[in-house]
Design a binder for this molecule. Structure first.
Ligand code: MRU
Length: 349
């Protein structure tokens, strides 16, 4: 993605969002200035991806504080509106964490909230650069080959899903910058097509060779030896390393384990939730049935049939070869309770 396209930024009186529901057909921005518009934008995936949701949550508090002042709300009404933002989507812990991080600044006024939210955004971009470098180093060291690599990814964990550069796609961008990407297999990511619409768009803009494949093709691509490594993002990582990411990720993980190639999860520490012991305790968002039962607005499944539409799945820690964060790489499958221990260590350093 060219550097002048911004996914999310504070516009002085509201939050300016690149509307991801319209990509790649149209590059349009929407500015949200009240809580209803923000919650709607988060639920419809105008803004999406765990780190970008964290930034939206942080600025969302500023939106609510401004609206409360404008409309003369009392504190209880303001806090209820903040709670709505915090709960707009349940799986990505970054959203709640972004809200919680700026709450202490409300007492100092809206400018202080905006400044802290901007810090969340800036840290995310910096962290993603570090994730990219750590991830590329680890992958090249682990694979130990001289040729450019074939990388498989799922959903969109790129600049669009973050404040810039991307996590999984940050690793891909870094590998590409070093001349080490032959091809990216981008899973299309049913049912909302974040891979086909967003990842392919970002990679195309960056001049990184990619093909889009149906999600169902991915395990076969891996087992046929066509990919060297799979790199994905995460929405919430439990203390034991179990990782929630877009539905379909666990199938990749199983295929990677069967084929003996690494599954790399690239995510900032803000996605690690040490309060959640394991994947069973991660809330999994279930989305509207129409996303699965219809195509282009026309019903494809027979009338009267309902859908099961979980937006995320959980990959057990034993299948996560490496977790790449902004402070380094944890070889998750090789240890137990890795996140809690590693977080304590890097806080001490
Ligand atoms: O439903 P989405 O599009 O918000 O899901 C996004 C993902 O699953 C991403 O892989 C994850 O948030 C990591 S983004 C860096």
């Amino acid at each position: 993605m060219s550097s002048d396209v911004r996914t999310i930024e504070w516009a002085g009186d509201g939050l300016r969002l690149l509307d991801q529901t319209l990509l790649p057909a149209r590059v349009e921005y929407a500015t949200v200035r009240d809580v209803d518009a923000l919650v709607d934008a988060i639920r419809r995936l105008v803004v999406r991806g765990a780190p970008a949701l964290g930034v939206a949550g942080a600025f969302g508090v500023a939106i609510v504080v401004r609206q409360a002042a404008r409309e003369g709300w009392d504190d209880a009404r303001r806090d209820a509106a903040i709670a709505r933002v915090r709960a707009a989507r349940p799986t990505a812990v970054n959203l709640a964490a972004g809200v919680d991080r700026v709450l202490p600044f409300i007492a100092e006024g809206v400018d202080a909230v905006v400044a802290e939210a901007q810090a969340v955004l800036d840290e995310d971009v910096r962290g993603n650069r570090a994730i990219g470098a750590f991830g590329a180093d680890w992958i090249l060291g682990r694979l130990g080959v001289d040729r450019p690599l074939r990388v498989l990814t799922h959903c969109n964990a790129g600049a669009l899903a973050t404040a810039g550069w991307g996590t999984a796609l940050g690793v891909v961008r870094e590998l590409h910058g070093r001349g080490r990407v032959e091809l990216v297999y981008a899973d299309e990511t049913r049912p909302l097509l974040q891979g086909a619409r967003l990842t392919a768009w970002e990679l195309d803009q960056a001049g990184i060779p990619c093909v889009v494949q149906a999600d169902a093709a991915a395990p076969s691509t891996i087992l046929r030896g066509l990919a060297d490594v799979a790199v994905i993002g995460a929405d919430r990582i439990a203390a034991n390393g179990d990782t929630a990411n877009k539905i379909g990720s666990v199938g990749l993980a199983l295929a990677c384990a069967a084929a003996g190639i690494p599954l790399v999860v690239a995510a900032p520490w803000s996605t690690v939730d040490l309060a959640v012991p394991d994947g069973a305790a991660i809330p999994i968002e279930e989305r509207p049935a129409e996303e699965v039962l219809a195509w282009g607005g026309a019903r494809t499944a027979p009338g009267g049939v309902d859908a099961f539409n979980p937006a995320f799945d959980v990959t057990p820690a034993r299948l996560v070869t490496a977790l790449v964060t902004e402070t380094g790489v944890l070889e998750v499958a090789a240890g137990t309770a890795p996140c809690r221990r590693a977080r304590r260590r890097c806080r001490r350093e």
